[in-house]
Design a protein around this ligand. Structure first.
Ligand code: HEM
Length: 382
Protein backbone atom coordinates (compact mmCIF):
# COMPACT_ATOMS: atom_id res chain seq x y z
CA UNK A 1 0.00 0.00 0.00
CA UNK A 2 1.47 3.43 -0.92
CA UNK A 3 2.42 5.71 1.96
CA UNK A 4 1.34 9.31 2.28
CA UNK A 5 4.26 10.19 4.59
CA UNK A 6 7.14 11.83 2.75
CA UNK A 7 10.45 9.97 2.41
CA UNK A 8 13.79 11.75 2.28
CA UNK A 9 16.05 10.27 -0.42
CA UNK A 10 18.89 12.72 0.30
CA UNK A 11 21.99 10.96 1.58
CA UNK A 12 20.55 7.51 0.86
CA UNK A 13 21.99 4.84 -1.40
CA UNK A 14 19.38 4.90 -4.22
CA UNK A 15 19.55 1.14 -4.67
CA UNK A 16 18.91 0.48 -0.98
CA UNK A 17 16.16 3.12 -0.90
CA UNK A 18 14.38 1.49 -3.85
CA UNK A 19 14.74 -1.98 -2.35
CA UNK A 20 13.24 -0.74 0.94
CA UNK A 21 10.31 1.01 -0.72
CA UNK A 22 9.47 -1.99 -2.91
CA UNK A 23 9.84 -4.68 -0.24
CA UNK A 24 6.67 -6.53 0.70
CA UNK A 25 4.40 -6.25 2.55
CA UNK A 26 4.72 -2.44 2.89
CA UNK A 27 5.44 -1.95 -0.83
CA UNK A 28 5.31 1.77 -1.81
CA UNK A 29 5.78 2.18 -5.58
CA UNK A 30 4.80 5.88 -5.47
CA UNK A 31 5.74 8.14 -2.56
CA UNK A 32 6.01 11.83 -1.75
CA UNK A 33 9.48 13.09 -0.87
CA UNK A 34 10.26 15.70 1.73
CA UNK A 35 11.65 17.81 -1.13
CA UNK A 36 8.16 18.10 -2.66
CA UNK A 37 8.51 15.55 -5.45
CA UNK A 38 6.59 12.38 -6.15
CA UNK A 39 9.09 9.52 -6.35
CA UNK A 40 8.07 6.65 -8.63
CA UNK A 41 9.93 3.42 -7.93
CA UNK A 42 7.56 0.62 -9.02
CA UNK A 43 8.33 -0.90 -12.44
CA UNK A 44 4.72 -0.74 -13.67
CA UNK A 45 4.33 2.85 -12.49
CA UNK A 46 7.67 3.96 -13.98
CA UNK A 47 6.68 2.50 -17.36
CA UNK A 48 3.29 4.23 -17.08
CA UNK A 49 4.92 7.63 -16.47
CA UNK A 50 7.69 7.30 -19.06
CA UNK A 51 5.39 6.17 -21.86
CA UNK A 52 2.67 8.78 -21.31
CA UNK A 53 4.14 12.18 -22.22
CA UNK A 54 0.69 13.74 -22.49
CA UNK A 55 0.02 13.34 -18.76
CA UNK A 56 3.67 13.35 -17.65
CA UNK A 57 5.44 16.18 -19.46
CA UNK A 58 9.21 16.40 -19.81
CA UNK A 59 9.04 20.20 -19.55
CA UNK A 60 10.14 19.90 -15.95
CA UNK A 61 13.01 22.39 -16.03
CA UNK A 62 13.26 26.11 -16.72
CA UNK A 63 16.53 25.48 -18.62
CA UNK A 64 16.62 24.72 -22.33
CA UNK A 65 17.14 20.95 -22.54
CA UNK A 66 17.33 19.57 -26.06
CA UNK A 67 15.76 17.15 -26.72
CA UNK A 68 15.01 15.84 -23.22
CA UNK A 69 13.03 18.81 -21.93
CA UNK A 70 10.52 18.79 -24.80
CA UNK A 71 7.29 16.94 -25.59
CA UNK A 72 5.34 15.94 -28.67
CA UNK A 73 6.19 17.37 -32.08
CA UNK A 74 8.88 19.71 -30.68
CA UNK A 75 10.59 16.76 -29.08
CA UNK A 76 10.32 14.65 -32.25
CA UNK A 77 12.05 17.34 -34.34
CA UNK A 78 15.05 17.71 -32.05
CA UNK A 79 15.13 13.99 -31.37
CA UNK A 80 15.44 13.39 -35.13
CA UNK A 81 18.38 15.79 -35.22
CA UNK A 82 20.13 14.03 -32.33
CA UNK A 83 19.44 10.51 -33.61
CA UNK A 84 21.30 11.28 -36.84
CA UNK A 85 24.53 11.58 -34.80
CA UNK A 86 23.97 8.61 -32.52
CA UNK A 87 22.62 5.85 -34.80
CA UNK A 88 24.55 2.54 -34.58
CA UNK A 89 25.93 2.78 -38.13
CA UNK A 90 27.12 6.34 -37.47
CA UNK A 91 28.93 5.76 -34.18
CA UNK A 92 30.37 2.41 -35.25
CA UNK A 93 33.20 4.09 -37.14
CA UNK A 94 34.66 5.27 -33.82
CA UNK A 95 35.12 1.69 -32.53
CA UNK A 96 38.82 1.50 -33.40
CA UNK A 97 39.44 4.83 -31.62
CA UNK A 98 37.69 3.59 -28.50
CA UNK A 99 39.78 0.39 -28.43
CA UNK A 100 43.00 2.38 -28.88
CA UNK A 101 42.00 4.76 -26.07
CA UNK A 102 41.03 1.88 -23.77
CA UNK A 103 44.40 0.17 -24.34
CA UNK A 104 46.24 3.40 -23.62
CA UNK A 105 44.24 4.21 -20.47
CA UNK A 106 44.59 0.70 -19.04
CA UNK A 107 48.32 0.69 -19.87
CA UNK A 108 48.78 3.85 -17.80
CA UNK A 109 47.56 2.12 -14.64
CA UNK A 110 49.35 -0.11 -12.23
CA UNK A 111 48.81 -3.60 -13.58
CA UNK A 112 49.75 -5.88 -10.71
CA UNK A 113 48.46 -3.43 -8.13
CA UNK A 114 45.24 -1.88 -6.89
CA UNK A 115 43.44 0.47 -9.25
CA UNK A 116 40.37 2.61 -8.60
CA UNK A 117 38.10 1.54 -11.47
CA UNK A 118 36.05 4.76 -11.35
CA UNK A 119 38.47 7.52 -10.36
CA UNK A 120 41.27 5.96 -12.40
CA UNK A 121 40.60 4.32 -15.76
CA UNK A 122 36.83 4.93 -15.60
CA UNK A 123 36.99 8.73 -15.69
CA UNK A 124 40.05 8.83 -17.97
CA UNK A 125 38.43 6.55 -20.51
CA UNK A 126 35.08 8.39 -20.37
CA UNK A 127 36.74 11.76 -20.99
CA UNK A 128 39.12 10.59 -23.70
CA UNK A 129 36.52 8.54 -25.58
CA UNK A 130 34.06 11.41 -25.53
CA UNK A 131 36.55 14.04 -26.63
CA UNK A 132 37.72 11.75 -29.43
CA UNK A 133 34.13 11.22 -30.57
CA UNK A 134 33.32 14.94 -30.53
CA UNK A 135 36.70 16.01 -31.96
CA UNK A 136 37.62 18.11 -28.90
CA UNK A 137 41.30 18.90 -28.21
CA UNK A 138 43.15 16.37 -26.05
CA UNK A 139 44.53 19.10 -23.78
CA UNK A 140 41.01 19.58 -22.35
CA UNK A 141 41.40 16.23 -20.58
CA UNK A 142 42.64 17.48 -17.15
CA UNK A 143 39.94 20.16 -17.03
CA UNK A 144 37.24 17.67 -18.00
CA UNK A 145 38.44 15.11 -15.45
CA UNK A 146 38.33 17.79 -12.74
CA UNK A 147 34.88 18.76 -14.00
CA UNK A 148 33.51 15.19 -13.80
CA UNK A 149 34.73 14.89 -10.18
CA UNK A 150 33.29 18.27 -9.19
CA UNK A 151 30.03 17.54 -11.04
CA UNK A 152 29.52 14.33 -9.07
CA UNK A 153 30.46 16.04 -5.78
CA UNK A 154 28.20 19.04 -6.47
CA UNK A 155 25.26 16.82 -7.47
CA UNK A 156 25.64 14.78 -4.29
CA UNK A 157 25.91 17.91 -2.14
CA UNK A 158 22.52 19.21 -3.30
CA UNK A 159 24.04 22.72 -3.03
CA UNK A 160 22.37 24.77 -5.78
CA UNK A 161 25.15 27.38 -5.95
CA UNK A 162 27.71 24.64 -6.40
CA UNK A 163 25.72 22.85 -9.10
CA UNK A 164 25.14 26.18 -10.87
CA UNK A 165 28.90 26.89 -10.78
CA UNK A 166 29.60 23.43 -12.27
CA UNK A 167 27.05 24.03 -15.03
CA UNK A 168 28.56 27.45 -15.80
CA UNK A 169 32.04 25.95 -15.95
CA UNK A 170 30.82 23.37 -18.43
CA UNK A 171 29.15 25.98 -20.61
CA UNK A 172 32.50 27.77 -20.64
CA UNK A 173 34.26 24.60 -21.82
CA UNK A 174 31.64 24.11 -24.52
CA UNK A 175 31.89 27.74 -25.65
CA UNK A 176 35.63 27.20 -26.08
CA UNK A 177 35.08 24.36 -28.55
CA UNK A 178 32.19 25.96 -30.42
CA UNK A 179 33.76 29.37 -31.10
CA UNK A 180 36.63 28.27 -33.37
CA UNK A 181 34.23 26.06 -35.35
CA UNK A 182 31.80 28.93 -35.83
CA UNK A 183 34.59 31.28 -36.81
CA UNK A 184 35.99 29.01 -39.53
CA UNK A 185 33.51 26.48 -40.94
CA UNK A 186 36.20 24.75 -43.03
CA UNK A 187 38.87 24.30 -40.35
CA UNK A 188 37.29 21.33 -38.53
CA UNK A 189 35.85 18.05 -39.72
CA UNK A 190 34.36 16.47 -36.62
CA UNK A 191 31.06 15.76 -34.84
CA UNK A 192 31.07 19.13 -33.04
CA UNK A 193 31.66 21.05 -36.27
CA UNK A 194 28.87 19.06 -37.92
CA UNK A 195 26.50 20.06 -35.13
CA UNK A 196 27.58 23.71 -35.20
CA UNK A 197 26.72 23.85 -38.92
CA UNK A 198 23.69 21.54 -38.78
CA UNK A 199 20.76 22.79 -40.89
CA UNK A 200 18.55 19.71 -40.66
CA UNK A 201 15.81 21.80 -38.94
CA UNK A 202 15.75 24.05 -42.00
CA UNK A 203 17.94 26.70 -40.34
CA UNK A 204 21.25 26.88 -38.46
CA UNK A 205 21.01 26.09 -34.74
CA UNK A 206 21.14 28.98 -32.26
CA UNK A 207 24.26 29.00 -30.06
CA UNK A 208 22.08 28.19 -27.01
CA UNK A 209 20.68 25.16 -28.86
CA UNK A 210 24.16 23.88 -29.71
CA UNK A 211 25.26 24.28 -26.09
CA UNK A 212 22.16 22.47 -24.85
CA UNK A 213 22.62 19.49 -27.19
CA UNK A 214 26.32 19.22 -26.35
CA UNK A 215 25.63 19.55 -22.62
CA UNK A 216 23.14 16.73 -22.87
CA UNK A 217 25.48 14.44 -24.83
CA UNK A 218 28.51 15.08 -22.71
CA UNK A 219 26.67 15.03 -19.39
CA UNK A 220 25.30 11.59 -20.32
CA UNK A 221 28.60 10.37 -21.57
CA UNK A 222 31.06 11.61 -19.00
CA UNK A 223 29.61 10.99 -15.57
CA UNK A 224 27.39 8.05 -16.52
CA UNK A 225 30.15 6.27 -18.44
CA UNK A 226 32.63 6.45 -15.54
CA UNK A 227 29.93 5.19 -13.17
CA UNK A 228 28.91 2.41 -15.61
CA UNK A 229 32.53 1.28 -15.77
CA UNK A 230 32.64 1.18 -11.96
CA UNK A 231 29.54 -1.02 -11.77
CA UNK A 232 30.68 -3.36 -14.55
CA UNK A 233 34.25 -3.74 -13.26
CA UNK A 234 33.00 -4.35 -9.71
CA UNK A 235 30.75 -7.13 -11.01
CA UNK A 236 33.56 -8.64 -13.08
CA UNK A 237 35.89 -8.65 -10.06
CA UNK A 238 33.34 -10.79 -8.24
CA UNK A 239 32.86 -13.27 -11.12
CA UNK A 240 35.89 -14.74 -12.85
CA UNK A 241 33.72 -17.16 -14.83
CA UNK A 242 31.99 -14.17 -16.39
CA UNK A 243 35.39 -12.67 -17.22
CA UNK A 244 36.37 -15.91 -18.97
CA UNK A 245 33.08 -15.98 -20.88
CA UNK A 246 33.56 -12.43 -22.18
CA UNK A 247 37.26 -13.00 -22.86
CA UNK A 248 36.53 -16.01 -25.03
CA UNK A 249 34.65 -13.65 -27.33
CA UNK A 250 30.89 -13.26 -27.40
CA UNK A 251 28.54 -11.90 -30.03
CA UNK A 252 27.53 -8.26 -29.87
CA UNK A 253 24.05 -9.34 -28.77
CA UNK A 254 25.40 -11.46 -25.93
CA UNK A 255 27.80 -8.75 -24.81
CA UNK A 256 24.98 -6.20 -24.80
CA UNK A 257 22.73 -8.54 -22.81
CA UNK A 258 25.42 -9.08 -20.18
CA UNK A 259 26.20 -5.37 -19.77
CA UNK A 260 22.51 -4.42 -19.69
CA UNK A 261 21.94 -6.96 -16.93
CA UNK A 262 24.95 -5.82 -14.86
CA UNK A 263 23.71 -2.23 -15.13
CA UNK A 264 20.16 -3.29 -14.24
CA UNK A 265 21.40 -4.79 -10.98
CA UNK A 266 23.04 -1.52 -9.92
CA UNK A 267 21.82 1.16 -12.35
CA UNK A 268 24.03 4.27 -12.06
CA UNK A 269 21.68 6.48 -14.10
CA UNK A 270 19.17 6.99 -11.30
CA UNK A 271 16.36 9.23 -12.38
CA UNK A 272 14.66 11.70 -14.71
CA UNK A 273 12.03 14.28 -14.02
CA UNK A 274 8.52 14.87 -15.32
CA UNK A 275 5.68 17.20 -14.38
CA UNK A 276 1.99 16.22 -14.44
CA UNK A 277 -0.20 18.08 -16.93
CA UNK A 278 -3.47 17.05 -15.19
CA UNK A 279 -4.54 15.30 -11.99
CA UNK A 280 -3.60 11.60 -12.13
CA UNK A 281 -3.88 8.52 -9.98
CA UNK A 282 -0.61 6.65 -10.03
CA UNK A 283 -0.10 3.40 -8.16
CA UNK A 284 -3.14 4.28 -6.06
CA UNK A 285 -1.77 7.72 -5.11
CA UNK A 286 -3.65 10.88 -6.08
CA UNK A 287 -1.26 13.30 -7.78
CA UNK A 288 -2.35 16.87 -8.62
CA UNK A 289 -1.64 18.71 -11.90
CA UNK A 290 1.68 20.55 -11.95
CA UNK A 291 3.32 18.04 -9.58
CA UNK A 292 7.03 17.33 -10.02
CA UNK A 293 7.51 13.59 -10.53
CA UNK A 294 10.80 11.69 -10.40
CA UNK A 295 11.11 8.44 -12.35
CA UNK A 296 13.49 6.20 -10.37
CA UNK A 297 15.09 3.86 -12.94
CA UNK A 298 17.47 2.31 -10.39
CA UNK A 299 14.64 1.22 -8.13
CA UNK A 300 12.33 0.04 -10.94
CA UNK A 301 15.16 -2.06 -12.36
CA UNK A 302 15.16 -4.06 -9.12
CA UNK A 303 11.42 -4.29 -8.56
CA UNK A 304 10.65 -7.83 -7.33
CA UNK A 305 7.26 -7.70 -9.09
CA UNK A 306 9.07 -7.39 -12.45
CA UNK A 307 12.23 -9.40 -11.80
CA UNK A 308 11.26 -12.01 -9.18
CA UNK A 309 14.64 -12.21 -7.49
CA UNK A 310 16.17 -8.84 -8.42
CA UNK A 311 19.73 -9.83 -7.44
CA UNK A 312 19.78 -12.89 -9.71
CA UNK A 313 22.02 -12.33 -12.75
CA UNK A 314 19.86 -13.58 -15.63
CA UNK A 315 20.36 -11.54 -18.83
CA UNK A 316 17.92 -13.52 -20.96
CA UNK A 317 15.05 -13.63 -18.50
CA UNK A 318 15.33 -9.99 -17.46
CA UNK A 319 16.03 -8.26 -20.78
CA UNK A 320 12.35 -7.67 -21.56
CA UNK A 321 11.85 -5.56 -18.43
CA UNK A 322 15.23 -3.83 -18.36
CA UNK A 323 14.89 -0.03 -18.00
CA UNK A 324 18.55 1.02 -17.87
CA UNK A 325 18.17 3.02 -21.09
CA UNK A 326 14.67 4.24 -20.31
CA UNK A 327 11.49 3.55 -22.25
CA UNK A 328 9.06 5.61 -24.31
CA UNK A 329 9.77 8.61 -26.53
CA UNK A 330 12.79 9.76 -24.49
CA UNK A 331 14.55 6.35 -24.35
CA UNK A 332 18.29 6.90 -24.57
CA UNK A 333 19.58 7.61 -28.08
CA UNK A 334 23.14 7.31 -26.70
CA UNK A 335 22.82 3.60 -26.06
CA UNK A 336 24.74 2.39 -29.16
CA UNK A 337 27.58 4.83 -28.46
CA UNK A 338 27.68 3.88 -24.77
CA UNK A 339 27.69 0.17 -25.61
CA UNK A 340 30.47 0.63 -28.16
CA UNK A 341 32.57 2.45 -25.54
CA UNK A 342 31.83 -0.13 -22.84
CA UNK A 343 32.63 -2.99 -25.15
CA UNK A 344 35.97 -1.44 -26.12
CA UNK A 345 36.86 -0.82 -22.48
CA UNK A 346 35.82 -4.23 -21.15
CA UNK A 347 37.44 -6.11 -24.05
CA UNK A 348 40.77 -4.34 -23.61
CA UNK A 349 40.66 -4.61 -19.83
CA UNK A 350 40.06 -8.36 -19.93
CA UNK A 351 42.76 -8.83 -22.58
CA UNK A 352 45.27 -7.05 -20.34
CA UNK A 353 44.33 -8.30 -16.90
CA UNK A 354 42.38 -10.58 -14.63
CA UNK A 355 40.21 -8.42 -12.39
CA UNK A 356 40.17 -9.44 -8.73
CA UNK A 357 38.48 -7.95 -5.68
CA UNK A 358 40.57 -5.59 -3.57
CA UNK A 359 40.81 -5.65 0.21
CA UNK A 360 40.29 -1.87 0.09
CA UNK A 361 36.67 -0.82 0.53
CA UNK A 362 34.97 1.24 -2.16
CA UNK A 363 32.74 4.26 -1.66
CA UNK A 364 29.09 4.01 -2.69
CA UNK A 365 27.33 6.94 -4.30
CA UNK A 366 24.30 8.55 -2.71
CA UNK A 367 21.14 10.15 -4.14
CA UNK A 368 20.81 11.36 -6.86
CA UNK A 369 23.74 9.26 -8.14
CA UNK A 370 24.09 5.50 -7.84
CA UNK A 371 26.92 3.02 -8.16
CA UNK A 372 30.46 3.54 -6.98
CA UNK A 373 32.21 6.86 -6.43
CA UNK A 374 35.37 4.88 -5.86
CA UNK A 375 35.87 1.16 -6.47
CA UNK A 376 39.34 -0.31 -5.95
CA UNK A 377 40.09 -3.61 -7.73
CA UNK A 378 43.29 -5.56 -8.28
CA UNK A 379 44.39 -5.87 -11.91
CA UNK A 380 46.61 -8.91 -12.36
CA UNK A 381 48.44 -8.76 -15.70
CA UNK A 382 47.79 -11.62 -18.09
C1 HEM B 1 26.43 5.82 -20.18
C2 HEM B 1 25.27 5.37 -19.89
C3 HEM B 1 23.94 6.00 -20.18
C4 HEM B 1 22.77 5.67 -19.57
C5 HEM B 1 22.59 4.60 -18.49
C6 HEM B 1 21.73 6.51 -20.14
C7 HEM B 1 20.41 6.45 -19.78
C8 HEM B 1 19.41 7.26 -20.28
C9 HEM B 1 18.03 7.22 -19.90
C10 HEM B 1 17.44 6.29 -18.84
C11 HEM B 1 17.37 8.15 -20.62
C12 HEM B 1 15.85 8.44 -20.56
C13 HEM B 1 15.57 9.83 -20.04
C14 HEM B 1 14.10 10.15 -19.86
O1 HEM B 1 13.22 9.31 -20.07
O2 HEM B 1 13.81 11.30 -19.46
C15 HEM B 1 18.33 8.81 -21.46
C16 HEM B 1 18.05 9.83 -22.33
C17 HEM B 1 19.01 10.46 -23.10
N1 HEM B 1 20.33 10.09 -23.26
FE1 HEM B 1 21.27 8.62 -22.27
N2 HEM B 1 22.29 7.32 -21.09
C18 HEM B 1 23.64 7.05 -21.17
C19 HEM B 1 24.55 7.60 -22.03
C20 HEM B 1 24.25 8.53 -22.98
C21 HEM B 1 25.16 9.04 -23.98
C22 HEM B 1 26.59 8.58 -24.16
C23 HEM B 1 24.49 9.97 -24.70
C24 HEM B 1 24.93 10.82 -25.88
C25 HEM B 1 26.14 10.97 -26.30
C26 HEM B 1 23.16 10.05 -24.18
C27 HEM B 1 22.18 10.89 -24.64
C28 HEM B 1 20.89 10.94 -24.17
C29 HEM B 1 19.90 11.90 -24.64
C30 HEM B 1 20.12 13.00 -25.68
C31 HEM B 1 18.72 11.60 -23.96
C32 HEM B 1 17.39 12.34 -24.07
C33 HEM B 1 16.57 11.70 -25.17
C34 HEM B 1 15.23 12.34 -25.37
O3 HEM B 1 14.80 13.18 -24.56
O4 HEM B 1 14.58 11.99 -26.36
N3 HEM B 1 23.03 9.14 -23.16
N4 HEM B 1 19.57 8.24 -21.24
Amino acid sequence: MPVADPVDPVGRDPRALGDDLLASPARCPVVHTSGGEVLVTGHTEVVEVATDPRRYSSRASTHLQLPNGLDGADHARYRGLVDAYLAPGVVEKHAADFHRIARAVIGEHDLGGTVDAVQGPGISFAVRAMTAWLGWPGDLEPRLIAWVRENVAATRSGDRDRTAAVAADFDDIIAGVIEPRMADPTAFDDVTARLVHDTSLGRPLEPAEIVSVLRNWTGGDLSSMALCIGVVVAALAADEALQDRLRRGVSEAEFTAVIDELLRLDDPFVSNRRVTTCPVTLGGVEVPAGQRVRIHWTAANRDPEAFGTPDAFDPDANAGHNLVWGIGPHACPGRPLSMLELRAFVTELLAAATVRPSSEAGVRATHPINGWISRPVVLEPR
